[in-house]
Design a protein around this ligand. Structure first.
Ligand code: ADP
Ligand code: MG
Length: 468
């Protein structure tokens, strides 16, 4: 499967020439290697990419924000001017995607596309989630620096790589907007030499050469047509033309030599993570007991329609209780000592709330348990203590449900607890997949923490009915 070589142009400084560099590099690369697919996109909202490349007949409303909402890149890519493909810009990425992407999202998305060649990403001057995505996915990060402050800002980019535990080898600095008329006495004759020396001194690597400041280049964005013209077509007489030619050659040679490797790394890391998830889920399945923990009936997990999943706090025991057993246990065993048994309406209400609740059962001593009803954030809604009637209690079909459950789960574990949650998907074992299982564990942790705190305080006071 072809993979793209991703070049991100980034700097936390505005006005250093990022967009001019990204757009012109695309044109020069295409001119250098006609068969090389070059795709350009911008996470900034100034639409320079669109003004330079978008064909007037192209009326699409698709844009780069949709990359993060599962639209395949192939649907977003438009053929643009100068042979360059573009993904149109988005007016407000934060408005379009209120949930910001995780730093790895773009890399994952691009590694799954059929997109080959070079992808150039222009970024905005802040290290927002989109810039972070572009950095994470990059085979090469070009950082234009035009002065000492823009050089100082590179530290944040370097930190980004360190924070993610990835090599900062993709970083290359490029002096841009260099005023070649300024000369210095001393070892560094001009601002290019000076900036390069500063950069190397701080441990950064630079691309060869620089991009000079040119009034001609500056004028290419201002014309009655409202277009932005490339240096290649409208500024051939400038020294910047030669500098872009030189830069494109360097970048192209690097592409040929190293090829796209970042997408491979990302896919490999993803594969390792996926395998670890599968392995963890398999381990959970192996621990699963195959009969109802209340009545002991053998369960067929593929057919199990209505049931509660449960797990003990030490993760020693996990399995299912048939829904009917659970209700019977609550109504008969846990409420056995009530003067008036819960009526049909209350039972129905309990069944309804049980669908969206979790239940924490804790053994207090050999003859008492505490049952708490929690919401899906692990917050206690109600709680009661009951006496365990053991096998002499009210039996269902002659089976002591609560007694059995405690024997199989919390027998020797005073103060240990178990959490029950209604299974919501089929097959029943899908609760063991990473996302629902992590949610289950998060509720359990929160509830246990609350109860550990309460145990340290007074145990009384919370003895409210579990019924709604
Ligand atoms: N080599 C250059 N010579 C002269 N002006 C330039 C050059 N490169 C960029 N500019 C101008 O500098 C301004 C900022 O450039 P731009 O590429 O938009 O920077 P950034 O994307 O970092 O904000 C623009 O007006 C642009 O036309
Ligand atoms: Mg810009």
């Amino acid at each position: 499967m072809p993979r793209p070589y991703v070049i991100t142009v980034s700097s936390e400084k505005g006005g250093v020439g990022k967009t001019t560099l990204a757009t012109n590099l695309a044109v020069y690369l295409k001119a250098l290697a006609e068969d090389l697919p070059v795709t350009l996109l911008s996470f900034d909202n100034h639409f320079t990419v669109d003004r330079m490349f978008r064909l007037s007949a192209d009326q699409t409303e698709l844009h780069v924000g949709q990359l993060f909402s599962a639209t395949p890149a192939s649907e977003l890519i438009r053929q643009g001017e100068y042979g360059v493909q573009i993904i149109p810009s988005c007016r407000d990425l934060n408005l379009f995607n209120p949930q910001p992407p995780a730093d790895e999202d773009l890399a994952r998305i691009l590694s799954r596309t059929e997109l080959g060649g070079v992808v150039i990403i222009d970024t905005c001057p802040i290290l927002d989630p989109y810039t972070r995505n572009a950095l994470f996915a990059a085979d090469r990060v070009i950082v234009p620096i035009k002065d000492a402050p823009s050089l100082e800002n590179c530290q944040h980019l370097a930190n980004f790589f360190a924070d993610h535990g990835i090599s900062r080898a993709p970083l290359r600095l490029l002096p841009c907007l260099i005023d070649t008329r300024i000369r210095y006495s001393g070892p560094f004759k001009d601002s290019y030499q000076l900036l390069k020396a500063y950069a190397i001194n701080r441990g950064y690597r630079c691309l060869e050469g620089f991009i000079a400041k040119s009034p001609k280049v500056e004028s290419l964005a201002t014309n009655p047509e409202g277009k932005v013209y490339p240096v290649l077509t409208h500024g051939r007489s400038t020294e910047v033309h030669l500098q872009f030619t030189h830069l494109a050659r360097q970048v192209y040679l690097e592409y040929l030599e190293k090829g796209p490797h970042r997408m491979g790394e990302v896919s490999e890391a993803q594969r390792t993570r996926d395998n670890a998830l599968i392995h963890r889920e398999q381990e959970r399945r192996q621990r699963l007991l195959d009969s109802c923990l209340c009545c002991g009936k053998k369960l067929d997990f593929t057919q199990l329609a209505e049931a509660f999943y449960l797990e003990t706090s030490g993760r020693e025991t996990c399995g299912f209780i048939e829904e009917s057993c659970f209700y019977e246990m609550v109504f008969s065993d846990l409420y056995a000592e009530q003067k008036t048994a819960p009526g049909a309406a209350i039972k129905e209400l309990f069944r309804e709330t049980a669908q969206v609740s979790c239940f924490l059962l804790q053994r207090l001593d050999s003859s008492h348990v505490k049952l708490a009803r929690l919401d899906h954030n692990g917050e206690t809604l109600s709680c009661r203590t009951s006496e365990v009637k053991s096998s002499r209690g009210l039996l269902r079909r002659g089976i002591p449900l609560l007694h059995n459950l405690l024997e199989r789960t919390l027998s020797a574990n005073e103060r240990h607890s178990l959490l029950l949650i209604k299974k919501s998907a089929n097959p029943a074992t899908s609760i063991l997949a990473e996302t629902p299982y992590s949610r289950f564990q998060a509720i359990f942790s929160r509830a246990r923490l609350d109860y550990a705190r309460q145990d340290q305080a007074v145990d009384a006071g919370l003895n409210n009915p579990v019924f709604p």
